[in-house]
Ligand binder design. Structure first.
Ligand SMILES: [Zn+2]
Ligand SMILES: [Zn+2]
Length: 372
């Protein structure tokens, strides 16, 4: 490779502006579309400009170092020049000189929603999903061609995937590259498309797959299944399937974070005298001791009977709220007994007693609502 300063015909202390001017002048004269016989010199000039127009590369060059050759891309066959040329002269955006594009495209990601009930959220579950998606066409194996045929080199672009276009610029008419309209930039056409997939390389299919729902999921949790979405055009790699959870409400248990809440109704007499209740939890029957004198709104915590934590092990708690039931529809004898009880307790003409909002049922209710 010749000396870069010599190639551009500039002194070693030339300013960046001088270098730019020198390159423009030479490029106008030497560009292969203008002067095909000067391809080698154009290559040298472009390589020189690539180095000298970049202060860092220029300093390294002046110190006698090489920064890994021209263009940094190592693309060989001169891909680098058209890049520079296009950057410099504002040619076609993208795609310049990069050769034909592959037909295979990555498939799109997809999102499916799956409803889970509380039991699945608490313990986790395996769920079968049916997805309608695209799979590689088994007739053409994704090649898009009818079996026994093959793609044909595009006669418009000669397989390059690109065509040159004339564009007006300050240079006058210059050529720039654009994707070939005949082959769509692929460099080949498919004269005999696969009849099974109509030349797409993929077909629609209903697939059944099993997804592991971990404990702790809730509405909006997404589970990523890599490579389980549709296969791309031309048999390209599949996208990812995202499974989004929608959690169904439970008729008995209300979820707050990873804790569960339920309410158990206790007759007034049982609350006053004390009893042992059997509560049907998701872990089976559990006994809850209701001490004598239990008030409405008291909470019993059953540790570790809530929802499994999504991250880390362990589970939340189950909080059982006691709701003391006042009897209604008393028969004569019951009413008589209650009156006797009231008399014995001096409550025949009881007046309501005011308490601060911090205590009593309302305080506990407030704590519950605010999650304390
Ligand atoms: Zn096919
Ligand atoms: Zn073409």
């Amino acid at each position: 490779m010749s000396d870069h300063y010599e190639a551009l015909g500039v002194p070693r202390d030339a300013s960046t502006e001088d270098i730019k001017k020198a390159y423009r002048k030479l490029a106008r004269k030497l560009h292969p579309d203008v002067n095909p016989g000067e391809a080698e010199r154009f290559k040298d000039v472009s390589a020189a400009y690539d180095v000298l127009s970049n202060p860092e590369k220029r300093r390294a060059y002046d110190r006698g170092e090489s920064l890994g050759g021209f263009g940094g891309g190592g693309a060989g066959a001169g891909f680098g020049f058209s890049d520079i040329f296009e950057t410099f002269f504002g040619g076609a955006a993208g795609g310049g000189g990069r050769g034909p594009a592959s037909r295979a495209r990555r498939g799109q990601d997809a999102l499916v929603r799956v409803e889970v009930d509380l039991r699945d959220a608490v313990f986790g579950a395996d769920r079968e999903l049916q997805v309608d998606t695209a799979v590689v066409c088994s007739t053409c194996q994704g090649s898009c061609c009818q079996p026994g045929t093959s793609p044909r080199t595009c006669e418009v672009c000669g397989g390059r995937g690109q065509v040159q276009r004339q564009v007006r610029s300050f240079l006058g008419q210059v050529m720039t590259t654009a994707p070939c309209p005949n082959c769509g930039g692929f460099g080949t056409t498919i004269p005999n498309p696969c009849p099974e997939c109509a030349g797409e390389g993929r077909v629609q299919e209903r697939r059944t797959l099993t997804v592991r729902i971990p404990p702790g999921v809730s509405t909006g949790t997404r589970i990523q299944l890599a490579g389980q979405s549709e296969v791309g055009f031309g048999g390209g790699p599949p996208g990812d399937l995202f499974v989004e959870v929608v959690e169904r409400d439970h008729e008995t248990f209300t979820r707050r974070g990873d804790d569960l809440h339920c309410t158990v109704q206790v007759p007034m007499t049982a609350a006053a005298l004390g009893t042992t209740l059997s509560v049907d939890t998701l872990d089976g029957s559990q006994s809850v001791d209701v001490r004598a004198g239990t008030q409405s709104g008291e909470v019993h915590t059953l540790r570790g009977l809530g929802v499994g934590h999504l991250r880390g092990g362990g589970r939340g708690d189950l909080l059982v709220h006691v709701d003391v039931q006042t009897p209604t529809r008393l028969d004569e004898r019951q009413e008589e007994l209650l009156r006797q009880l009231a008399e014995m307790r001096g409550e025949e003409a009881a007046e309501g007693r005011l308490t601060s909002a911090g205590g009593g049922v309302f305080g506990r209710l407030r704590d519950l609502i605010s999650g304390r």
